[in-house]
Design a protein around this ligand. Structure first.
Ligand code: NAD
Ligand code: ZN
Ligand code: ZN
Length: 345
């Protein structure tokens, strides 16, 4: 089968690999689509010696069951399915507490990222993928190709929003930074499911325009004036919540400079931004809660699927042939993508 392989630093190639054998508790999924995440760009920037060199990428995967293992109950040939981001064990204390995105087996302390398809396990940018049934969720009538990004681009903002949902009441202000693959979904989730006033930012004018027409109360270009604009918009109080879906130095700085007293910041983007904590400084207001937010739980994923089924969330997708993977990676790196690219085998 054809599969997109990380072959060396910043380079992917479509290679011929064997169709995977399935174990008794697995299904063989015929991949309908695999989303291209900005994290895939971070992964392939890992050099020529990364442990992931040689592996098949793709952690946002959906498809149709082609074959079932002998003990694979609950799934029939022809069913559409979404593959969970984190290949959680289902049995550790975290999993049993419903925090499977922090599964102790899939995500040991110090790991680069939890075990996922395409991150430590074969990914879905391929014609076929073997998946354990307990890592599959039904898609019903949704188109599996364009639903692939629900496994991360929708799951991850859903989790970040759910973690601050009690703060997002009428009268509160949320600042959401980055209107890309994750951010354009996060904006819609905020708009559809919370009562907060939304200030959305991106450096790209087209994305700012998208935000203005998709639920943002205020849409701003993310530039040197952004912090003072946000402070004006909040009458000097600062924001109740900041969601950073970029994580570069300017956005990390912006998040910290506009968060209000007792506010919450969710750092989702992995753009290399840094901050230092000064225990004896008023630069960070009292009571601020900061989380390095990873992916989401299976429950977050089901909520995202339900929002799409209810017509309250639409992931913007552009289909590229799997054979055009190298061009897709270049286009994402060059900022030419709106919404999410889905690679179709
Ligand atoms: P994307 O390329 O689709 O979107 C990034 C967006 O950020 C673009 O719209 C771009 O114009 C905008 N941007 C760039 N610089 C900006 C700035 N200074 N201010 C405001 N906007 C700016 O990327 P994506 O797939 O949405 O991923 C976003 C980030 O989240 C990446 O770093 C990715 O690795 C990370 N990520 C994290 C998790 C997690 O679980 N923590 C999951 C998925 C992705
Ligand atoms: Zn991702
Ligand atoms: Zn677990």
């Amino acid at each position: 089968m054809r599969a997109v392989s990380y072959v060396r630093n910043n380079t992917v190639e479509v290679q011929e690999k064997p169709v995977p054998e399935i174990e008794a508790d697995e299904v063989l999924l015929k991949v309908s689509g695999a989303g291209l995440c900005h994290s895939d760009l971070h992964i392939i920037a890992g050099g020529d010696d990364s442990p992931l060199v040689g592996s098949t990428l793709g952690h946002e995967v959906a498809g149709v069951v082609e074959k079932t293992g002998d003990a694979a109950t609950g799934w029939d040939v022809g069913d559409s399915a979404l593959v969970a981001l984190v290949l959680s064990c289902g049995e550790c204390d975290k999993c049993l507490a419903g925090r499977d995105n922090e599964c102790e087996v899939a995500s040991p302390r110090g790991s680069l990222a939890p075990l996922s398809p395409g991150i430590g396990s074969p990914g879905g940018m391929a014609e076929y993928l073997a998946v354990k049934t307990h890592h599959l969720d039904p898609l019903g009538d949704l188109d599996p190709a364009t639903s692939a990004p629900l496994a991360d681009a929708a799951l991850t903002p859903m989790h970040a929003v759910n973690s601050v949902r009690d703060r997002l009441v009428g009268g509160a202000t949320v600042v959401t930074i980055g209107i890309g693959g994750l951010g354009h979904v996060g904006l819609q989730i905020l708009s559809a499911t919370t009562g907060a006033r939304i200030i959305a930012l991106d450096t790209d004018k087209d994305k700012v325009d998208y935000a203005a027409s998709h639920g943002a109360d205020v849409a701003l270009v993310s530039d040197a004036d952004a912090a003072s604009r946000i402070m004006e918009e909040t009458n000097g109080r600062g924001a109740d919540v900041v969601l950073d879906f970029v994580g570069v130095q300017p956005t990390v700085d912006l998040a910290l400079s506009v968060i209000g007293v007792g506010g919450a910041i969710r750092f989702v983007g992995l753009g290399g931004g840094k901050f230092t904590y000064d225990a004896d400084s008023s630069a960070l207001p009292w009571g601020v809660n900061i989380e390095r937010s990873y992916g989401g739980t299976r429950s977050d994923m089901r909520e995202a699927v339900a929002l799409v089924q209810q017509g309250k969330l639409h992931v913007e997708t552009t289909k590229y042939s799997l054979d055009d993977a190298a061009r897709a990676f270049d286009d994402l790196r060059d900022g030419k993508v709106s919404g999410r690219i889905v690679l179709v085998p």
